[in-house]
Design a binder for this molecule. Structure first.
Ligand SMILES: [Zn+2]
Ligand SMILES: [Zn+2]
Length: 571
């Protein structure tokens, strides 16, 4: 055994620790000096921070490890000094300076595993050389050596051999004496290796055994776990479309792997948290090239997305249909996110062209989009609120295969909502032309107004008028009378006039539109020839009578005054 080996062995024995390890750098890629991102384009948004070091954290953790060696070695002080010197090397983006540090460290004392780590990263000019350097301290059960070899084998495409080292690390990590010191995020690569070596089913099975703290709590794990579990779910035929019935607002301590795998929500986590990686994988965004810094910015960084794509794009490409699925998922999420802004009617101005482009590029048209607070909203129900262009978007969605009859809650179609929220004549026309009836009956056992009655109740005269115009059958005297009863008994009359709040306003729902007019609605009915006999008049009057309040608006229309003279005189 050489000097290094025997000294380290002694140090280990004397320390009572099974393994010695030093805090890893944040980037589990451990990029070697010659490695590059797989693109050829220089993306100015790529987050480089010049010097790579986050050395303060390393040094503070090191004092423990260096100390452990130092106190137990005959040359303790020197060993400690050498390790500090080697760590300094991680602070340089300039490889020459890093290598100088490593060599200086080894000159201070040969028991300096960290120096070999620096040499592998900064001095190797290919994977074989790196492997050789890592192997120097591999036999001494040194975490970084094991990971260096495993990770390098992974990058060389020798996945089976690589996995052996990763599995060894997982065993070591269960030992509290070592795990508390390692911080080495080898976990980031596990799903990739499981997928490559064992296939999707086994990958999902193994992932389920992991708890949050073993995986996604490291920010550098999120993309590779979300993305590779998404790919595994797709490859195992567990997901085919945008469908997340179990999505809820995030609980305080989610059981990530259970939700991601069993509830099949990995794709949703990926889409919502890491759109950049979806855009890179699907070619929606150009893949950047360039050197890979050792220091990782946050999990939402372009750099992390690009590092993942560099490692795993081939896996996606090899899985038939996977990139097509991801592209449609990404477009669906973006489309829903964009339209969610238009649903908030206080901010109604949108650009239509980008939305149409997403639909053309491929979406899942019947998706229930998962929005903020985990709302589940069909794309069609969101489209009706977009201004301008709602009708164009609706027609495009239907042409792309959206089911116009899709319902939410107690049987609400997009037409119910368009009538209730006054989405305009064009929206009503496109929905009715696509096959929804203003007289649509509610599902059995559900008390729900017909779409046309929702327009009537809410005072949305334009939508009511358009519904009546579009009715081919059923435009009868009976219908007109029913509408009149709904109008005159609506609690919104009082609310719109500034009186007691109606149910809609009391619940904090969207405000009544600016275009509400009960007068115009009564006119519309009367213009269509509706006349009431005495008993019917009494019925209508009693409806109004229950609602004393500001009815100023009602009954002033010309037609109405001429044909219905029973309204109470206003003073
Ligand atoms: Zn109301
Ligand atoms: Zn109201």
């Amino acid at each position: 055994m050489d000097d290094f080996g025997s000294l380290l062995q002694t140090a280990l024995q004397n320390s009572g620790l099974p393994y010695l390890s030093i805090r890893s750098m944040q980037n589990p890629q451990w990029p070697l000096n010659f490695e590059r991102l797989c693109g050829t384009y220089n993306d100015p948004e790529l987050e480089y921070d010049g010097e790579s070091g986050n050395i303060s954290a390393e040094v503070s953790t090191l004092s423990m490890h260096g100390g452990a060696i130092a106190y137990t070695c005959k040359d303790g002080a020197k060993v400690y000094k050498a390790t500090l010197k080697a760590l300094e090397g991680h602070g340089y983006y300039d490889s020459k300076k890093a290598v100088e540090c490593a060599k200086a460290a080894l000159a201070i004392h040969p028991v300096c595993p960290e120096a070999y780590n620096v040499l592998a990263i900064h001095d190797a000019s290919n994977y074989e050389e790196a492997l050789e350097i890592y192997s120097v301290f591999l036999p001494r059960a040194y975490h970084r050596g094991l990971f260096g070899v495993g990770n390098t084998l992974r990058k060389m495409g020798k996945f089976k051999e690589a996995l052996v080292y990763y599995e060894k690390l997982a065993v070591l990590d269960q030992n509290p004496g070592s795990s508390s010191m390692s911080y080495m995020n080898y976990n980031a690569h596990l799903p990739e290796l499981w997928l490559r070596v064992y296939g999707p089913q086994e990958c999902l099975k193994r992932a389920l055994k992991y708890k949050n703290k073993d995986c996604i709590e490291y920010h550098s794990c999120q993309i590779p776990w979300y993305a590779n579990l998404t790919l595994a779910l797709f490859a195992a035929d567990h997901v085919t479309t945008y469908d997340f019935p179990e999505a809820k607002p995030r609980p305080a301590n989610p059981d990530f792997t259970k939700e991601a795998v069993q509830s099949r929500m990995a794709p949703l986590y990926l889409l919502r948290n890491h759109p950049l990686v979806c855009e890179l994988l699907t070619g929606m965004r150009r893949m950047p090239g360039g050197r890979i810094p050792t220091n990782f910015p946050g999990s939402e960084s372009l750099l992390q997305a690009a590092v993942y794509a560099t490692s795993c794009l081939d896996l996606w490409e090899q899985t038939p249909g996977a990139l097509e699925y991801l592209r449609k998922m990404t477009n669906t999420q973006i489309l829903g996110d964009k339209m969610a802004k238009g649903v908030d009617m206080t901010n109604p101005i949108i650009e239509v062209a980008p939305l149409l482009k997403l639909i053309d590029d491929g979406i899942f048209p019947n998706a229930l989009h998962i929005g903020e607070e985990a709302s589940h909203e069909p794309l069609l129900h969101m489209a009706i609120f977009q201004r301008p262009g709602a009708d164009i978007i609706i027609e495009k969605l239907i042409a792309a295969g959206a089911n116009v009859k899709i319902q939410v809650g107690p049987g609400l179609t997009a037409l119910h909502k368009a009538c209730y929220y006054a989405c305009g004549r064009a929206v009503i026309r496109s929905l009715v032309n696509a096959g929804l009836s203003p007289l649509l009956r509610s599902p059995a056992g559900v008390v729900l107004r017909k779409p046309i009655m929702m327009a009537a109740e809410q005072g949305n005269w334009e939508e009511l008028d358009e519904c009546l115009n579009l009715l081919r059958t059923g435009n009868s005297e009976d219908l007109h009378k029913s509408i009149l009863y709904v109008i005159t008994s609506s609690s919104c009359i009082e609310c719109v006039g500034g009186g007691a709040k109606c149910g809609r306003c009391a619940n904090g729902d969207k405000k009544h539109g600016p275009n509400v007019s009960y007068t115009k609605m009564v006119d519309i009915i009367v213009e269509r020839g509706c006349r009431l006999d005495e008993i019917e008049l009494e019925g209508v009057k009693s409806g109004i009578g229950k609602r004393p309040g500001p009815l100023d608006d009602l009954g002033k229309g010309k037609c109405f005054i001429e044909t219905v003279s029973w309204l109470p005189e206003r003073t």
